[in-house]
Ligand binder design. Sequence first.
Ligand code: 5GP
Length: 213
Amino acid sequence: MPHQKLHISYNQIHEAIRQSVERFHINEEFKPDLMIAIGGGGFIPARILRTFLKKTEKGKNIPIQAIGLSLYEDIITSTGEDENGAVEKPGTTVQKTQWLNFGASHSEISLLGRRILIVDEVDDTRTTLAYAVEELRKDIEAEEIRRGMKPGESNTVLGIYVLHNKLKEKKRDLPEEIKKNYFAAVEMPDQWLVYPWDAIDIETHTEHANKHN
Ligand code: 5GP
């Protein structure tokens, strides 16, 4: 991976999101009615994205639900074997740190029949997004079964929105029907991105971003 870091400003993000909504005709075609933001990187992009999305038929803003996922490298023992003698495969694992409680017995909101946009800041190895899709699909299917439907009967649609997609070999693939609803505001080479919400000194950060872009 090149060592050069790419600083991104809030204004660049805002503008990239505005342009992407037009380019992908998101209001005319995907028409999301629910966003699920993957925290923490997906929160601010989801909120900015909402500014450019059409309100619901009832004139309400598109709701944003939050999930927390954290990605970590699997620990490999020095011998390469676990306590049972099995050889551990190096890899990456995703852990839920926060999840939806949709479909819980007292919840009024349901995932079923929704057009759901999963929002994150960057698609790097795709591990996090693939995991989020897999888990949400399980939840949708479980809710369908609970309500006496067949899997898929609710016509719930999932899509993905990211600020940046790094063009590189991905560790995980996405289901075909999700790929049709995949929106990346910016596609870019494999480079480390520095987001404004991580900046300690926002003025210097923004200067860097303006200089190099
Ligand atoms: P994944 O490899 O699962 O696609 O991405 C996992 C997470 O790694 C992202 O949600 C993001 O938090 C972090 N990440 C990956 N690439 C970058 C990057 O270039 N800059 C920053 N700030 N975070 C990144």
